[in-house]
Design a binder for this molecule. Structure first.
Ligand SMILES: O=C(CO)[C@H](O)[C@H](O)COP(=O)(O)O
Length: 226
């Protein structure tokens, strides 16, 4: 599995050019990309800047020698590279296992080209087949939102921390609800609907924004394009 992650991360380097601003996603697959990007910048003396989507990617970028800028310092984002938890045949995604979905969506939505790195176990026929949809919520509203999600035939659980007592707190200071839907027929419609609930900051359905998906398989890297 680690080899498949490394293979897609290496392949993503082919999208990198000098003078680019690159959105840096979050998670274990993107972590390889950030490390490899640092090596490429050094080897080829590139003038490339990364815009991190989380504390994780910011710390890793600094450690790997990728200069970082914040979103409000950049005029444009050329490409963004990130992992995903599920990818459907239309290249709609579920993201947010790492709880960084809000900054990921803000940055990836604005990128000229959004490149997604997954292994083949993440490909599904329908979103929600294996993974819940993470929803970032204002802490005071978590229970009201969890109850409201029943209208959408979803059962939501407050995500609990592992190395801390109590709930996961996102980089933005919010809670995460993991919502299991009976069925998601129209990802774009569901993405928009969920964001109309007061107290929802952002949800982990990324419909219609991935341009390229690099899929790691035992036979090599497959490239899917929208
Ligand atoms: O959305 C994410 C973080 O919020 C990750 O990109 C997603 O969970 C995939 O992570 P990994 O590459 O570790 O499987």
């Amino acid at each position: 599995m680690e080899e498949l992650k490394k293979a897609v991360a290496r392949e993503a380097l082919s999208f990198v050019d000098d003078d680019m601003v690159i959105g840096l996603g979050t998670g274990s697959t993107t972590a390889y990309f950030i490390k490899f990007l640092g090596e490429l910048i050094k080897e080829e003396e590139l003038e490339v800047y990364g815009i991190p989507t989380s504390h994780q990617s910011r710390l890793l970028a600094i450690e790997s020698g990728v200069p970082v800028v914040s979103l409000d310092e950049a005029d444009a984002i050329d490409i963004a590279v990130d992992g995903a938890d599920e990818v459907d045949p239309a290249l709609n995604l579920i993201k947010g296992r790492g709880a960084a979905l809000t900054m990921e969506k803000i940055i990836e939505y604005r990128a000229g080209t959004f490149i997604v790195l997954v292994d083949e176990s993440k490909l599904v026929k329908r979103l929600g087949e294996k993974m819940p949809v993470p929803i970032e919520v204002i802490p005071a509203a978590w229970r009201a939102i969890a109850e409201e999600l029943e209208v959408f035939n979803a059962r939501a659980e407050l995500r609990m921390a592992v190395k801390k007592d109590g709930p996961v707190i996102t980089d933005n200071g919010n809670f995460i609800l993991d919502a299991r839907f009976e069925r998601i027929d129209d990802p774009l419609d569901m993405e928009i609907e969920l964001n109309t609930i007061p107290g929802v900051v952002e949800n982990g359905i990324f419909a219609d924004i991935a341009d390229v998906v690099l899929v790691g398989t035992r036979e090599g890297v497959r490239k899917l394009e929208r």
